[in-house]
Structure formats: C-alpha cells, structure tokens
Write a protein that binds this ligand. Structure first.
Ligand SMILES: [Zn+2]
Ligand SMILES: [Zn+2]
Length: 187
C-alpha cells in the first residue's frame, strides 16, 4: 500500500532560451505529491506517517519555497546576485529564517542564504521531479512523484526498493541499529 503527502512550493523561474512567454521571469505555486510504498506497519496500521514524509521532504525542499530557480548558464543569475549583493541580502538577512539545509547534487545546488536554487537543466515539472527524487530517494521508499505547476503536470513511478523496518509505536523508519529516532523504541 502507499502513504502520500502533498507540499506547496511557491517559486519563480524561467525557461532560459525557450521560445515562448516562459522565457520571461514568472512565478508559480507548485504542488508536489510524494507517494511512499511499503507493507502496512502492523503496530500503527500505516505504511508511513504522512506528517513524517512531509517533514523529511520539507527539510530539503523548503529551499525551493519563496526561491528563485535559475539554470546555471542563465545570464540572469550574475545579474540577480549583483543586486542581492548590493542590497546586502546575498548572504542572508535577519528575516530570511525559513531556510532548508543547503544541498548540492548533480542536478541542482541550493543557496538558502540567497533563496536561490541553481539547476543544471531547465526547471520544468519534469526537471523538478528528477531533482526531488535524487534528493529524497535514500530517505524515503518513493513509489511515485507528481508535480503540477500551473497547467503543467508530470509524474514518474519508481521501484520503491527494500522494505524498511519501522517503529511499531511511531511508524517511522528505525535507524541502522534498530532504534527509533523519535521514541527510542528498540527492535
Ligand atoms: Zn513556469
Ligand atoms: Zn518510535
């Protein structure tokens, strides 16, 4: 069976070099759905607690919320950074508190201090799904990711991998030595 959760991400981007209005900077509320597949954990009668899927995903993905997402070769990138620098907000500001943990993968690099994500490929809905899977595949048994942004939508299905041992009291994955990171239960 599957447990799934949905997150909202508000971001700005553009399709650099694209022949259409999307080559201009614009914004979206993107809706990301992550489905996790496993057996039903008998202790809690859930596959995985949805708030925990949400928390795990949000820790990383809040880097995309109220963020600007630009491709690495986009000339807007140095232009924006120059303005942020001049304004003194490039390396953070006291009101920029909702920051995710910085990450760097082959597909994307997050700069939480300047609320910027630099991508290798154009950040279409398909591109976002590739980035998200790469960031979360080792943390969650992902079976499907769906991303919608305006009229654009895409989804991809995955082999969910090995069944994870979960806490019968909390439903979350046990760590390497079989201990629940939340309540301390030991298998
Ligand atoms: Zn767009
Ligand atoms: Zn527990």
């Amino acid at each position: 069976m599957r447990s799934f959760t949905t997150l909202d991400l508000q971001y700005a981007h553009r399709f650099y070099g694209f022949n259409g209005e999307a080559q201009y900077l614009h914004g979206h509320t993107g809706i990301l759905t992550i489905e996790v597949e496993d057996s039903v954990n008998m202790g809690v009668n859930m596959v995985f607690p949805c708030n925990e899927i949400n928390k795990t995903a949000w820790d990383v993905l809040k880097n995309f919320d109220h963020a600007l997402v630009l491709r690495e070769d986009d000339p807007l990138l140095p232009a924006i950074l120059a303005v942020y620098e001049e304004q003194g907000i490039k390396d953070g500001s006291p009101t920029n508190t909702m920051k995710g943990e910085a990450f760097k993968t082959d597909l994307a690099t997050a700069y939480p201090d300047s609320r910027l994500v630099v991508t290798k490929e154009t950040m279409t809905v398909e591109g976002m799904i590739k980035i998200v899977y790469d960031l979360l595949k080792d943390k969650l048994n992902i079976a499907k990711i769906t991303f919608t942004s305006g009229v654009n939508a895409a989804s991809e299905e995955y082999e969910p991998g090995n069944e994870k041992a979960r806490c019968p009291l909390c439903g979350i994955a046990l760590d390497e030595d079989g201990t629940c990171p939340k309540c301390g239960y030991k298998a």
